[in-house]
Design a protein around this ligand. Structure first.
Ligand code: SAH
Length: 399
């Protein structure tokens, strides 16, 4: 079997290589993988860390994922939906901090009232955040699950331009183990394809450490991300929630915690090595397992952080898993603390920028060139500014 060092010298990693990297346990090997991933990140994307203010705006959910704390059948939580004013206020707060982008996340609802509401919220955030620094308003990422194609289109037209929809497990059998029968793996795939066709920058991801999941499953997840040609990855460790059917695995989780955490970091590193110029989030679930989890995620190749900006009084009702950090009541204090940590690992926080992935920027430039070449001679591209990115995807000419 080739050494980790030999694998890291290869230009293209195959499935066996990925399995070997994800299975690494000797600390020297793990450090080699980490530093290689960090180098690829700096070479391909630079040292920027992008913030998105995360607003968990509703915990109502029509789905019953076996692992999730806000699943429909969990009667132990108080359900809430923030008002439009509260969501817009949270988004404006993020923009004032220089984050440039927000993520709107919620449980899954597809009813017309929800779709109308979200469309309205997106448009309102856009118009409330236009400034000289952000001429196209805030960058808006959605994470509201499986929706009808028409709804995705309405959200896109209202101004959202990125969408996160985790496949959760790219192996349909593993997916079926952690979801009720009426939830379909195929529908998630179809949604991801539809989102891309509409023009969204698309992100997906999995949970790491699902009982029964193997290193080969994770390697296939990485190959799945590559096959889907995604722009963004959001992954994190699976953490037991006591009021879910998967609480029977609490012992498994306790016994394997360290391994799960280490594997989650290795997944970030391997995704960076294989996918190179995508955005990878260092997620809250990492921090739930270890105080410095999110900084470690950055050191293993992640480049996006999503500070919670959900109003404090409802945060505890958005408990996807046990031990989710509530964060300081004072978002400002938390913010400066995070900033110090990011600087201490030699990275730079980007301000007033949507922070699209390099991959998405290159894709939109290519599609713009293609469109222009078809219709008229190529003008100089003004797409260096990432802010005009979604504009280019729609094929409109630059201003
Ligand atoms: N309903 C939306 C988003 C809400 S849940 C959607 O499905 O896209 C956001 C993410 O939290 C999920 O995709 C899942 O991967 C993660 N999550 C839920 N329960 C979790 C748990 N117990 N441990 C770790 N991550 C969890």
């Amino acid at each position: 079997m080739p050494t980790i060092d030999a694998i890291l010298q290869k230009r293209e990693l195959d499935r066996d290589d990925i399995i070997a990297l994800l299975g690494a346990s000797a600390s020297a090997d793990v450090e080699l993988i980490r530093s290689s991933a960090e180098k690829v990140l700096i070479d391909e994307c630079g040292d920027a860390v992008y913030y998105r203010g995360l607003v968990e705006f509703s915990n109502y959910c029509a789905y019953d994922c076996h692992y999730c704390g806000i699943r429909k059948s969990n009667a132990d939580i108080k359900r809430y939906t923030l008002s439009k004013d509260d969501i817009v206020a949270a988004a404006k707060w993020s923009i004032r901090q220089g984050y440039g982008s927000v993520v709107l996340q919620s449980g899954e609802r597809r009813d017309p009232e929800f779709v109308d509401f979200l469309e309205d919220v997106i448009a309102e955030i856009k118009s409330a955040t236009v400034s000289e620094k952000l001429p196209n308003g805030a960058g808006i990422t959605l994470s509201v699950g499986e929706q009808e194609p028409q709804s995705y289109e309405r959200f896109y037209k209202a101004g959202a331009h990125r969408y996160l929809l985790r496949i959760e497990a790219s192996d349909p059998n593993l997916f079926a183990l952690i979801h009720p029968q009426n939830q379909s793996w195929q529908n998630r795939i179809d949604c991801l394809k539809t989102l891309r066709q509409i023009g969204f920058q698309v992100g997906t991801g999995v949970m790491i450490g699902i009982p029964g999941q193997t290193v080969s499953n994770l390697a296939d997840d990485v190959l799945f991300f590559r096959g889907m040609d995604v722009d963004m990855i959001g992954m994190g460790p699976y953490i037991v929630h006591r009021s879910t059917p998967m609480n029977i695995h609490a012992d498994y989780y306790d016994q394997h915690k360290d391994k799960i955490f280490q594997t989650a970091l290795l997944m970030i590193a391997v995704c960076r090595l294989v996918l190179k110029n995508v955005n990878i989030a260092s997620t809250t679930a990492l921090q739930a397992m270890r105080d410095d989890g999110r900084e470690l995620g950055l050191r293993y190749g992640a480049n996006v952080i999503m500070p919670q900006t959900t109003p404090v009084d409802v945060r505890r009702d958005y408990l996807l898993y046990d031990g989710k950090p509530y964060m300081s009541d004072d978002a400002r204090l938390y913010h400066s603390d995070l900033e110090k940590k990011i600087k201490s690992i030699g990275r730079k926080i980007t301000v007033d920028d949507w922070g699209d992935s390099k991959k998405a920027v290159l894709r939109s430039q290519a599609s713009y060139q293609c469109l222009t070449l078809k219709s008229k001679p190529l003008k100089s591209l003004k797409s260096k500014s990432l802010k005009s990115n979604s504009f280019l995807v729609t094929g409109a000419p630059p201003p």
